[in-house]
Design a protein around this ligand. Structure first.
Ligand SMILES: Cc1ncc(COP(=O)(O)O)c(C=O)c1O
Length: 437
C-alpha cells in the first residue's frame, strides 16, 4: 500500500460506505457558484449547497479574497485571554442578525461543537442562578445535533446512537413531530400538531425541576426535512419559559437564510435562549460554528463566576482569524445581494416545482419549507436506503448533487439559485426518479 500516491485508502471517510466509494469513487475537484466540477470536467449542479452549508454559492470572490488577505496578514491568534479584532466584529454582526436579546456569541469550529457548547452554557447558567439541580438535557426523537457525545445524547437518530454505549446520563427525549397519518404532501407547515409540544409537560411531570434545557431543530433537516406543525415552537417556548427551562434552537442548517429569513427563530417569530449555528456562517469556506446567547444567560454566568475565568470551555480555534474573515465577508455577501429575501421570494415557486414530483415512481411524501425540500421514497423491501442511494448515484452520474438520508432525498440549493437553476434541479431529479428501480 505504501507509496501509492493516488490511493484512496488512507482517508477514512466520515458517514460513508468506504468500501463502495473506493471501488466507485465520486470526486469533485472544482466548484463555482451553482456547480461542482468532476475530475473529467463534468459540471454537477449543486442541489444541496454542498452539505446544507454553501448558502452564497461556491468560491465567491469576496470570500476567497478575504481569506487570502487574512492568511497573509495574521494566520492564527489565540483567543484565550487574547483577541484579534475580526472575531469581535463577527460576533457583533452575528448578534445583530440574530433575534433581539441574543447579543453574545461564543465561537467554535463546527455544528457539533456548537451543540456541545450550548449544552454546557445551559448547565452553567442553571448553576449560576442557584438551580444546580437542573442538570437534565432534553432532545427530541429524530433530532440531529452532530456527533459529539452531547449532541449524540440529545439527538434522536437510532443509527447514530446505538454504537456508543450509554452516552450522557440524565438525557430524555420529546416525541418527534413527524406524523404522516395526519397528511402527506403537505405544503409548508401542517395545521395540526402544536399539542405535540405538550410532551414536554409529561417530561416535567416525570423529572420535576431537574431539567436544564431543551434542544430542538426548529425544522429538522438531516433526519429528512421534518417541518414543525403550526404553533408547535410557540408552545414549546411557552412551556419552557413556564418551567424555568432554557430553550435551545439548533440552527446549524436553518441559520443564515435557508428559510428565507436570517434565522428560523425570526422566520417562526419564536426567540429561544440559545441559538447554535455553523455551516452558512462562513459559507463553509472555513469551518466555524457559534452559539448565540441571550444577555441574561451570559450575564448570569459572568456575575456568578469567582474572579478569573468565567466559562471553563473553549477551543484553540475559537474565533480563528481565517474563519472570522470568511464570516465577515460571507455576511457582506448575504447582505449586499439580499440573499435571505431572495430565498423567501423563490421559496413559493420552489414549493410548486418540488410538489410537481408527486406521482413519480416510489414517491410517498414531499415536504418543504423555505429553500428546503424532502422527497420521501418508499423503501425497497428488506433494503432500506438502497433506493435513495441509487437515486443519489444516478443523479451524480447525470449532473446533479443530492443529499439522501435513509430513503429521503433532501434538496437545499444555494440561495443564489436563479429560477432556471431551481427548475433544472427538480427536472433532473424527476428524470432520475423515473429510472430508479
Ligand atoms: C442541526 C444540526 N446540528 C448539528 C450539526 C453538526 O454539524 P457539524 O457536522 O458541523 O458538526 C448538523 C449537521 O448537519 C445539523 O444539521
Amino acid at each position: 500500500m505504501h507509496g501509492r500516491v493516488n490511493s484512496l485508502d488512507a482517508f477514512w471517510m466520515p458517514f460513508s460506505n468506504n468500501r463502495a466509494f473506493k471501488e466507485h469513487p465520486r470526486l469533485f475537484v472544482g466548484a463555482k457558484d451553482m456547480h461542482y466540477v468532476t475530475p473529467d470536467g463534468r459540471q454537477v449542479i449543486d442541489g444541496t449547497s454542498g452539505l446544507w452549508c454553501v448558502n452564497a454559492g461556491h468560491c465567491r470572490a469576496p470570500i476567497v479574497e478575504a481569506i487570502q488577505r487574512q492568511a497573509a496578514e495574521m494566520d492564527f491568534g489565540p483567543s484565550f485571554h487574547l483577541g484579534h479584532p475580526k472575531a469581535f466584529e463577527l460576533a457583533r454582526r452575528v448578534a445583530d442578525l440574530f433575534p433581539e436579546g441574543i447579543d453574545h456569541v461564543f465561537f467554535c469550529n463546527s455544528g457539533s461543537e456548537a451543540v456541545d457548547s450550548a449544552l454546557k452554557i445551559a448547565l452553567a447558567y442553571q448553576r449560576a442562578i442557584g438551580q444546580g439541580q437542573r442538570t437534565r438535557l432534553i432532545g427530541r426523537e429524530r433530532g440531529y445535533h452532530g456527533v459529539g457525545f452531547g449532541g449524540v445524547s440529545v439527538g434522536g437518530m437510532v443509527a447514530n446512537r446505538r454504537h456508543w454505549g450509554p452516552l450522557l446520563p440524565g438525557v430524555d427525549h420529546l416525541c418527534h413531530t413527524h406524523d404522516p397519518a395526519s397528511g402527506t404532501f403537505v405544503r409548508g407547515q401542517r395545521e395540526s400538531g402544536a399539542d405535540l409540544a405538550d410532551d414536554l409537560e409529561r417530561l416535567v411531570g416525570l423529572h420535576g425541576d431537574t431539567i436544564a434545557a431543551v434542544i430542538v431543530e426548529p425544522m429538522a433537516g438531516s433526519t429528512g426535512v421534518l417541518v414543525p406543525p403550526k404553533g408547535y415552537l410557540e408552545r414549546l417556548r411557552a412551556i419552557t419559559s413556564k418551567h424555568g427551562i432554557l430553550l435551545i434552537f439548533d440552527e446549524v442548517i436553518t441559520g443564515f437564510g435557508r428559510l428565507g429569513a436570517p434565522t428560523a427563530s425570526a422566520y417562526f417569530g419564536v426567540t429561544p435562549d440559545l441559538i447554535t449555528c455553523a455551516k452558512g456562517l462562513t459559507n463553509a469556506a472555513v469551518p466555524m460554528g457559534g452559539v448565540g446567547v441571550k444577555g441574561e444567560v451570559h450575564d448570569a454566568i459572568l456575575e456568578a463566576a469567582p474572579p478569573g475565568i468565567d466559562l471553563f470551555h473553549g477551543y484553540t480555534y475559537s474565533g480563528h482569524p481565517l474563519a472570522s474573515a470568511a464570516g465577515l465577508a460571507t455576511l457582506d455577501v448575504y447582505e449586499s445581494e439580499g440573499l435571505f429575501d431572495r430565498a423567501r421570494t423563490h421559496s413559493r415557486p420552489f414549493e410548486d416545482l418540488v410538489h410537481g414530483l408527486k406521482g413519480l415512481p416510489h414517491v410517498i411524501d414531499i415536504r418543504n419549507l423555505g429553500l428546503v425540500a424532502g422527497i420521501e421514497l418508499e423503501p425497497r423491501p428488506g433494503a432500506p436506503g438502497a433506493r435513495a442511494m441509487e437515486a443519489f448515484q444516478k443523479a451524480y452520474d447525470t449532473g446533479l448533487l443530492l443529499r439522501v438520508t435513509g430513503d429521503i432525498i433532501a434538496l437545499s440549493p444555494p440561495l443564489i439559485a436563479e429560477p432556471s437553476h431551481l427548475t433544472e434541479i427538480v427536472e433532473r431529479l424527476a428524470d432520475v426518479l423515473r429510472t430508479v428501480a
